[in-house]
Design a protein around this ligand. Structure first.
Ligand SMILES: Nc1nc2c(ncn2[C@@H]2O[C@H](COP(=O)(O)OP(=O)(O)OP(=O)(O)O)[C@@H](O)[C@H]2O)c(=O)[nH]1
Length: 297
């Protein structure tokens, strides 16, 4: 599988960690040049460890996007924080993200990364006036022995090439872990479920998106016809089911249309998407559901 790998080849795991909404998923997508991890304006969008692989002739960086660091309030949160702990433990190097518009050196949850090797990445620098940029970076310089402080913008692409070069140089020498043309390790149906969840976060408010789980019940590729996808949306309460379906089924219809568009864009082909809503009381606190929905090994 790995012919012609030069001795100078470098490879390793780089985990993106930080508080909710700092821009972890957006940064990983921008570094990969492809949308793998869903992004919304709402905190706690990411629930899983999401792997994205960046390969070149001389390197392979395996990024892991993680849920934001939070204080757990229910079982799902505990499972999310376990994913963060695993991603920190498994990494050769951490990217610890701080939001340039909101954070200060005192507001970061640095205790979670203990003494692991890390770079501090300042995100959203496009929103900072130019004259404030340098003084802002200086406030973080020397903090906790971070190897470097790298100001970035995932929107303009500012400094992303510098960040990639720095990562390539810092990873240990070794062969690739995955074939060079592989971009992730999750099956297609995982991404389809995530894209539906992204639209739920977009269209519904308050508790509803946070109580929601999306499972792909059937995914059938059909020659000469659209792929068939049957997805169930699980909620914790009957009232949430009513909100998702809406008057005369209008809300679910609108959601289905929006999700179908993003899925088709992602897959590059037409699909037939069928959605239905189920109530599973308190699934976020029940271990058997957390396991079967893929939050626990
Ligand atoms: N202007 C600007 N906005 C950004 C940038 N990076 C991320 N954002 C926005 O910040 C919000 C949160 O981004 P995400 O990538 O979902 O943040 P996250 O850290 O993965 O969030 P969680 O999943 O909650 O942990 C979204 O509205 C993004 O569009 C950036 O470089 N510039």
């Amino acid at each position: 599988m790995f012919d012609d790998i030069p001795d100078s080849h470098r490879s390793g795991y780089v985990s993106l960690v930080g508080k909710p909404n700092v821009g972890k998923s957006t940064l990983m997508n921008a570094l990969l040049g492809q949308k793998l991890s869903i992004v919304t304006r709402k905190p706690q969008t990411t629930r899983h460890r999401i792997v994205g692989i960046h390969s070149g002739p001389e390197h392979q960086i395996i990024f892991q996007d993680t849920p934001g660091i939070i204080k757990p309030e229910y079982g799902l949160h505990n499972a999310m924080m376990d994913q963060v702990t695993t991603a920190i433990r498994d990494a050769d190097l951490l990217l610890f993200l701080a939001d340039a518009t909101r954070d200060t050196p005192d507001t970061l949850s640095l205790e979670h990364i203990e003494d692991r090797p890390a770079l501090l990445v300042l995100t959203k620098m496009d929103l900072i006036p130019q004259e404030q940029a340098l003084p802002l970076v200086e406030t973080y310089t020397g903090l906790r022995g971070f190897e470097e402080v790298v100001p970035t913008s995932s929107v303009t692409g500012f400094n992303l090439d510098v960040l990639l070069d720095t990562l390539r140089d810092m990873l240990p020498q070794g062969p690739p872990f995955y074939p060079k043309d592989q971009i992730s390790e999750h099956p297609q149906r995982f991404f389809v479920a995530e894209l539906i969840r992204e639209q739920i976060l977009e269209y519904f408010h308050e508790e509803v998106p946070y109580s929601t789980q999306v499972n792909i019940v059937e995914y059938t590729e059909r020659d000469g016809s659209k792929d068939f996808i049957d997805a169930e949306i699980v909620v914790t309460r009957k009232s949430h089911k009513g909100i998702l379906i809406g008057k005369g089924g209008q809300a679910l219809k609108r959601l289905g249309k929006a999700a179908r568009h993003t899925i088709e864009e992602f897959l590059g082909k037409s699909v037939y998407l069928q959605l239905h809503v189920k109530v599973r009381k308190d699934w976020r606190n029940r271990e058997q559901f957390l396991r079967s929905y893929g939050y626990r090994e």
